[in-house]
Design a protein around this ligand. Structure first.
Ligand SMILES: NC(=O)c1ccc[n+]([C@@H]2O[C@H](COP(=O)([O-])OP(=O)(O)OC[C@H]3O[C@@H](n4cnc5c(N)ncnc54)[C@H](O)[C@@H]3O)[C@@H](O)[C@H]2O)c1
Length: 314
């Protein structure tokens, strides 16, 4: 049997990119998947793709910064499908509007708008999903972890396998970059909130984890790199990764699916980097190792150039 059969999942920002691949992965693993997104056209396309691959999905149109979206998507799961097992909080408009220099270059309104999608949405989604998960109880077909097999136990087994929440952070939540104060602070806060919720809801059988992807070539980023039309600039990115490639949305989707499965019952509060080793390497060595490549490719260009990240300007 598929490992998520009988479960109901919500994936925010599931119309495209990482969320799109995650919605497909969870549906392929047997979960009925509710894609929550602002983009109706791409949402419908992803649902059709899932259905043509034999999965079950639907689109719930909504803006995750609004509380009515959080209540509505959870109500959709509970009233139409009778349960909620998985919440993947991934929505964020990548490439739109959070690049304003340091804190001196971003005004309060933009800061709040960024925090609203980066952090408020994660709070709101969890606030309304947790009671629904608790009401749903253990998912059907969950491979209950044997209790009493190891160690010394007293009393009834604790609630297990009740719900799974996976929040999308970033390597920007682990390592900080110049020019993106709201994004970096928001993604670090997602990790903090994930850890707090893991502690808070672990006793009720819900696990809460975060994922920190490296550079993932989504449909949008593929287009940006194609427009840049500078293969050496792209190679510069690949060379920064110990595995010598950037990521695919499926790489992240596979990690999410694992954290949502029975196999991950004893994993909570962690931030899983899915970054080809990017966040574990020593930076000063990397810079020195890349020196020759940079010197040999005088016309290097990346789309980061347009976001004003040339350190000589600061
Ligand atoms: N692509 C990367 O390299 C990368 C790296 C690290 C982390 N991430 C994180 O992964 C997540 C997904 O990134 P992506 O590159 O796939 O993004 P994307 O822009 O390709 O897709 C994001 C989806 O979210 C939806 N969305 C945006 N704002 C929304 C809102 N307010 N309400 C509902 N839906 C909304 C968009 O319509 C879109 O379908 C984000 O949280 C991002 O910060 C991405």
């Amino acid at each position: 049997m598929s490992r998520l059969a009988g479960r109901v999942a919500i994936v925010t920002g599931g119309a495209q990119g990482i969320g799109g691949a995650t919605a497909r992965r969870l549906a392929l693993d047997g979960a009925h998947t509710i894609i929550v997104d602002l983009n109706e056209e791409l949402g419908i396309q992803n649902v059709a793709r899932i259905e043509s691959d034999g999965g079950s999905a639907q689109l719930y149109l909504g803006d995750v910064t609004k509380e009515e979206t959080a209540t509505g998507m959870v109500a959709e799961a509970m009233s139409r499908h009778g349960r909620l097992d998985i919440l993947v909080q991934n929505a964020f408009p990548v490439g739109e509007g959070t690049f304003g220099g340091g804190v001196t270059g971003i005004d309060l309104e933009d800061w709040r708008a960024a925090m609203s999608v980066l952090l408020d949405a994660v709070f709101l989604g969890a606030k309304h999903a947790v009671p629904a998960m608790q009401e749903s109880g253990p998912a059907p077909g969950f491979d209950a972890v044997p209790y009493g097999e190891y160690g010394l136990h007293e009393g009834a087994p604790p609630p297990m396998e009740v719900g799974r929440i996976v929040n999308m952070s970033s390597v920007h939540g682990l390592l900080q970059a110049s020019g993106v104060p709201a994004y970096d602070a928001g993604k670090a806060a997602v990790i903090g909130l994930t850890r707090q919720m893991a502690v808070e809801y672990g006793p009720t059988g819900i696990t809460v984890n975060a994922i920190a992807p490296g550079h993932i070539i989504t449909e949008k980023l593929q287009k940006l790199w194609e427009e840049m039309s500078n293969p050496a600039g792209y190679r510069l990115f690949e060379l920064q990764y110990p595995v010598r490639r950037t990521g695919r949305p499926e790489d992240v989707a596979n990690g999410v699916a694992f954290l949502c499965s029975s196999e991950a019952s004893f994993i909570t509060g962690v931030t899983l980097p899915i970054d080809g080793g990017h966040s574990v390497q020593l930076q000063e060595n990397l810079v020195v190792e890349m020196k020759d490549f940079i010197q040999e490719n005088a016309g290097l260009k990346t789309h980061f150039d347009e976001w004003g990240t040339d350190l000589r300007r600061r």
